[in-house]
Design a binder for this molecule. Sequence first.
Ligand SMILES: [Zn+2]
Ligand SMILES: [Zn+2]
Length: 133
Amino acid sequence: MSVRFNSYKRNLFLWARHFNYKILPAVYYGPCARCGKKGQHRHHKAHDYIFACTLLLIYAKRYIEFHPDDIDFLCAKCHKNAHRIYDELIASFNSSLGLYKNRTNETTQKVCEIYKPLFLARYLKWRNWGKKK
Ligand SMILES: [Zn+2]
Ligand SMILES: [Zn+2]
């Protein structure tokens, strides 16, 4: 777990350096989008990290911007749970990429664009589950 976290932080550091961009800390945390308690984390709804790792030049800059359209505030507990919901999609995404033997960036981006809305929909289903309309 800590290894993964360190490589995450390391990637963000490398991307920030690559794009010569300063990652801004959150100036404000809204309530948790899942349970309404105090928000403590910025979560990329469509698991954008996987796309940033897959196609750095296209997705990593946007990722480190923590764009308001891309993120939700979550409390620590819900954030932990949120990261469990993507497993099947991640496996499916990876095997889809694996279908292409000599994959170009263009093909990779096409696959990413197919999967991004699926990841987002998976997240929204989890976030809104059991809530009154
Ligand atoms: Zn919560
Ligand atoms: Zn997250």
